[in-house]
Design a protein around this ligand. Structure first.
Ligand SMILES: *Cc1c(COP(=O)(O)O)cnc(C)c1O
Length: 512
């Protein structure tokens, strides 16, 4: 492909992407394929000779799209959102074109410097304490990690390195291995699985704290556990608090936990992967109160702030803690402008993409107001869905609806709710995932897509309550968790979906 063809194909690709996103609602949100579906659709080996671009593109609808879960469909309500916006996609294109690897300031000064300044911009939007900002002479600052999981791990490793150095400064006889064998880290029993994995990778004990009636860790529980562990000779060194837990969007009580961590000389990291974006709204900012006690704070603009994956923003109060833990100094990374407050050596990989371009484009094209409006709209849709659930006395709400997540279930057994979810996902019109709260099987409705509107939430609810009625009447499902929709007696809705999909395929064929 030469530059002339690239111009042409690039414009076509933008059209394809625009068509895909414009009509995504008509695609079935969750695919019908079985594991291993793809291997038989393409050759077993890469081609010896170059193929035509048309042939590659035709295979998108034949091979790829049938196996895509459409995360940006307004009927996708599973997990938490992953962000998508046009400015971010365009910035990513530019990032690909510049194609630098920003591992040091000299490797691409704009890449390193824009990142530092964007993290300051975002830190100010969140009203983070000044300690977390780099400015021109601050001790803190922010960096873009790939994911929240990496941020949790980086913070744990930095905390581990800090505590070992502190202990050895007092007692040079103690070996690193011996100290690490006594370390203990903590999180909530509602924390994301990546927190436990950080403990595994970091080679330290990780204890999960039990939570209260609001699924939050409180100071009282934490203090008790700490006393027990210290009495048995362990060294508490790290606490990962969660703001906005994955199962139910609960908030650990960091105003109680933070002072304890500070008094014990422990590192407090805050994982606000999903909820963090909401803190740009003054009405949700109180949920972040207590961040002043933290050593590090992280959230994912790639979840809820319109910045496409991957972009997980992490701030530390003392960047020396992190740099001290990870820095290597080979000759090929030395240059004439060392340091200057720039965010290198703050992560596990050496190489880094120019991801701050996405932040810059999105912040400027939406403005703080636009971003706030977006968050508020999603929260409003969750509240609307909550009202629909509450108005149906067969159902119950299982956790406070604070942001864009509604946890709900049919009053009744776990089996009944499992069956309901299987029917919902089997019908393929909306997509949800479950969670477990205090032993109960619970359905999660997360407002995800940028284009979700009231009518989608309403339609989703109508559909879910219809399926619940059928289930409670003991009717057989129309199509149940299998990929045999076409083999079973088709309902009108399944037919409509099929027709819409066929229409979409025709469109694509005409396009190529
Ligand atoms: C989604 C989520 C994560 C994982 O985020 P990644 O960026 O995929 O690592 C971690 N913690 C919480 C609370 C989450 O909701």
């Amino acid at each position: 492909m030469d530059i002339t063809e690239f111009r042409k194909r690039g414009k076509e690709m933008v059209d394809y992407v625009a068509d895909y996103l414009e009509t995504i609602e008509q695609r079935q949100v969750y695919p019908d394929v079985e594991p291993g579906y793809l291997r038989s659709l393409i050759p077993e080996e890469a081609p010896d000779e170059p193929e035509a671009y048309e042939d590659v593109i035709q295979d998108i609808e034949r091979v790829i799209m049938p196996g895509v879960t459409h995360w940006h469909s307004p009927f996708f309500f599973a997990y938490f959102p992953t962000a998508s916006s046009f400015p971010a996609m365009l910035a990513d294109m530019l990032c690909g074109a510049i194609g630098c690897i920003g591992f040091s300031w000299a490797a691409s000064p704009a890449c390193t410097e824009l990142e530092t300044v964007m993290l300051d911009w975002l830190g100010k939007m969140l009203r983070l304490p000044k300690d977390f900002l780099a400015g021109t002479e601050g001790q803190g600052g922010g960096v873009i990690q790939g994911t929240a999981s990496e941020a949790t791990l980086v913070a744990l490793l930095a905390a581990r390195s800090r505590i070992v150095k502190q202990i050895q400064a007092h007692d040079p006889q103690r070996s690193e291995v011996e100290i690490i064998s006594k370390l203990v880290a903590y999180s909530s029993d509602q924390a994301h699985s990546s927190v436990e994995r950080a403990g595994l990778i970091g080679g330290v004990r990780m204890k999960k704290m039990s939570t209260d009636g609001k699924f939050a860790v409180c100071g009282e529980t934490f203090r008790k556990t700490l006393e027990e562990d210290k009495a048995s000779g362990l060294i508490p060194f790290y606490f990962c608090a969660t703001l906005g837990t994955t199962p139910s969007c609960a908030f650990d009580r960091i105003t109680e936990l933070g002072p304890i961590c500070n008094a014990e000389g422990m590192w407090m990291h805050i994982d606000a992967a999903y909820a963090g974006s909401a803190f740009i709204c003054p009405e949700f900012r109180p949920l972040l109160d207590g961040v002043e006690f933290a050593d590090s704070f992280n959230f994912n603009p790639h979840k809820w702030l319109l910045v496409n994956f991957d972009c997980s923003t992490m701030w530390v109060k003392r960047r020396a803690d992190i740099i001290g833990a990870f820095k290597m100094d080979p000759l090929y990374l030395k240059h004439d402008h060392q340091e200057s407050g720039t965010c290198i050596h703050w992560q596990i990989p050496l190489g880094r993409r120019f991801r701050s371009l996405k932040l810059w484009f999105v912040f400027r094209m939406y403005g703080l107001r636009g971003l706030q409006a977006y968050i508020r709209k999603h929260v409003g849709l969750a509240k609307e869905f909550e009202r629909l659930v509450r108005n149906d006395e067969r159902f119950e709400i299982c956790a406070d609806v604070v942001l864009g997540l509604v946890c709900f279930r049919l009053k009744g057994s776990n089996e009944l709710n499992e069956l309901l979810l299987r029917r919902i996902n089997g019908a393929r019109r909306v997509h949800l995932v479950p969670c477990q709260l205090a032993g109960a099987f619970v359905l999660r409705f997360a407002v995800c897509s940028r284009t979700t509107e009231s009518r989608h939430a309403q339609e989703a609810w109508r559909h879910i309550s219809e399926l619940a009625s059928e289930l409670l009447r003991g009717q057989k499902p129309r199509s149940d968790g299998t990929n045999q929709i076409s083999l079973q007696t088709e309902t009108s809705s399944a037919l409509i979906w099929k027709r819409l999909r066929a229409a979409q395929c025709d469109r694509s064929a005409a396009w190529s």
